[in-house]
Design a protein around this ligand. Structure first.
Ligand SMILES: Cc1cc2nc3c(=O)[nH]c(=O)nc-3n(C[C@H](O)[C@H](O)[C@H](O)COP(=O)(O)OP(=O)(O)OC[C@H]3O[C@@H](n4cnc5c(N)ncnc54)[C@H](O)[C@@H]3O)c2cc1C
Length: 489
């Protein structure tokens, strides 16, 4: 993070704090306490005791994917098993890097060094790491094969491969291929070019986003009308708030530069709402109106005409059809057409998909994701297989916040299975989106399968708060990197 930014933040912070009768030290403590609560400190008081309860159960556990979910699960298993026999298969050296920070990189608040973490520093003691990729699964015989040709057998398998960013599904960006958030994205960066297209969905892409953002903010500042557009996608998505967060941050940066009046900011959600939870939807619509954003529901980006700077959307709507005497109502006719929208700056949210080797194997579902019981996380067909994190086919679960709840459930259930007991732990769909609404403000959207706000704090969850910004920027990363990844938070 650049020092000028930190200094400005601290000056602003002190000004704000003194108006609230609080010292910076107290505020930092509060942000830390908030994060601790959010990480389950209050709601899961038994977590630390659970983590040190060791079982004598035995069995070879293989975890495919050593990102946030896989490595945190490995760590927690080592705390729960007396004689752990755990192997993690992970090809990427920076696999545990802190992806939520990519949004902050995209707006120049952090840089790539702030989120890059070496996998090897986070492999729990006693866990074996295989630096390779699993490419074929034989669940009937409890075996898998790696890209280097190793055949690995297991008693229990945990699938934690995350998802792939399917940029190649967008016409005009086919050469980008499919990408992961971490690692080398040179193909993707080349396909995006240097003419206003960007995406925070990869770490390197987030750096590019900040470069492009500055370029087009400068254009708006010079007096030229400049159009910034932000897309969504029609697939399940990790961190559904991220496409909006980068729009709010662009807005903040434009305001800082006095360039907002020359900028048009337009959001194209794929669905007919801003957020699945009605209360958060309503709050976001009010924020959009306040900030002078435009938005058009039911638009899915299908093509980019890179040369002419035109985004092509599949635009959907419904029309009233003929009267249906049986149903005693008018029929509804679904319509769609291609809409060409010129842009100066285009932030792309890519379609998201299960890695091929999972989707096309016997452990994947028709949709690609690993089909699990959404509460126990056990595979619906193969009882010795579990899935966790972005790859698991559970509703609304593709965030680090979901993983934080899921990994405790998975470990409890796996140990129960190894001991020949019933699986009793249940994931209830908790997830969290710290919705950044500007530099210095966050609305902490927490919810679960009840589709209602489920706040961890006795505060109105619809209010944008500066304290949650502090938590997002200063407290959540250490809590994730040293709390979750040690299996304890
Ligand atoms: C821009 C952005 C903003 C976000 N913001 C937030 C936020 O504010 N809050 C929040 O809670 N979450 C946020 N997230 C989401 C969060 O980071 C993910 O949900 C979380 O990282 C999922 O963990 P995972 O382990 O399932 O996947 P990952 O962390 O992606 O790890 C998967 C790992 O599996 C490996 N792998 C893949 N295929 C194979 C294979 N065949 N063999 C072996 N290994 C394999 C990959 O190399 C990778 O390292 C954000 C994500 C992004 C991109």
């Amino acid at each position: 993070m650049d020092n000028k930014y930190i200094d400005n933040m601290l000056v602003q912070m002190d000004k704000d704090l003194s108006s609230k009768g609080m010292s910076r030290r107290d505020a930092m403590k509060l942000a830390g306490v908030s994060a601790t609560l959010l990480m389950g400190g209050a709601t899961n008081a038994s977590a630390s005791t659970e983590a040190t309860t060791t079982s004598k159960a035995k069995g070879k556990i293989v975890i495919v994917g050593g990102g946030l979910a896989g490595m945190s699960t490995a760590a927690r298993l080592t705390l729960n098993l007396k004689n752990p026999d755990i192997t993690v298969i992970e090809p990427e050296k920076l696999s545990v890097s802190y992806q939520p920070g990519q949004t902050l990189i995209g707006a120049g608040i952090w840089d790539e060094d702030d989120i890059a973490y070496n996998r090897d520093d986070f492999v729990p003691d006693g866990v074996k790491l295989i630096e390779d990729r699993a490419i074929a699964f034989d669940p009937m015989n409890n075996k898998l094969t790696t890209a280097k040709g190793q055949v690995i057998s297991y008693d229990y398998l945990i699938v934690a491969t995350g998802l792939q960013l399917n940029f190649e599904a967008i016409k005009g960006l086919e050469s980008a291929g499919r990408a992961y958030s971490s690692g080398d994205n040179s193909k993707l960066l080349k396909a995006l070019g240097d003419n206003g297209i960007c995406s925070i969905y990869t770490a390197q892409g987030a750096t590019k986003t900040w470069e492009q953002m500055q370029k087009y903010i400068a254009q708006a500042k010079s007096g030229k009308k400049t159009k910034f557009i932000f897309t969504d996608t029609n697939t399940p998505i990790k961190c559904g708030g991220a496409p909006k967060k980068i729009m709010y941050l662009t807005n903040s940066r434009l305001k800082e530069e006095g360039a907002r009046k020359n900028a048009q900011l337009v959001f194209y959600p794929n669905g007919g709402k801003m957020f699945g939870v009605p209360e958060y939807h309503d709050a976001i619509v009010e924020q959009f109106k306040r900030e002078g954003f435009e938005w058009h529901y039911r638009h899915n980006l299908v093509e980019v005409d890179v040369e002419n700077k035109i985004a092509v959307f599949d635009s959907k709507w419904q029309e009233k059809g003929p009267w249906d005497p049986m149903m005693k109502d008018f029929e509804v006719i679904a319509k769609h057409e291609k809409l060409r929208v010129p842009y100066d700056f285009l932030h792309v949210t890519p379609p998201q998909i299960a890695p091929r080797e999972i989707g096309e194997s016997d452990i994947g579902s028709a949709a690609g994701w690993v089909p699990v019981n959404k509460e126990t996380l056990q595979h619906i067909k193969f009882k010795n297989i579990f899935a966790i994190g972005d790859i698991a086919q559970v509703p609304m679960g593709k965030t680090g916040g979901s993983v934080r709840k899921q990994y405790k459930v998975l470990v409890k259930n796996l140990v129960a299975l190894m001991e020949g007991k019933k699986l009793t732990a249940k994931y209830e769909g908790y997830t969290v989106c710290p919705l950044i609404t500007g530099i210095g403000t966050v609305m902490l959207a927490e919810f679960d399968w009840t589709v209602k706000p489920t706040p961890s704090f006795p505060l109105d969850p619809l209010v944008e708060r500066w304290i949650f910004w502090l938590m997002k920027v200063y407290a959540l990363k250490p809590m994730t990197m040293y709390g979750m990844l040690s299996g304890k938070a």
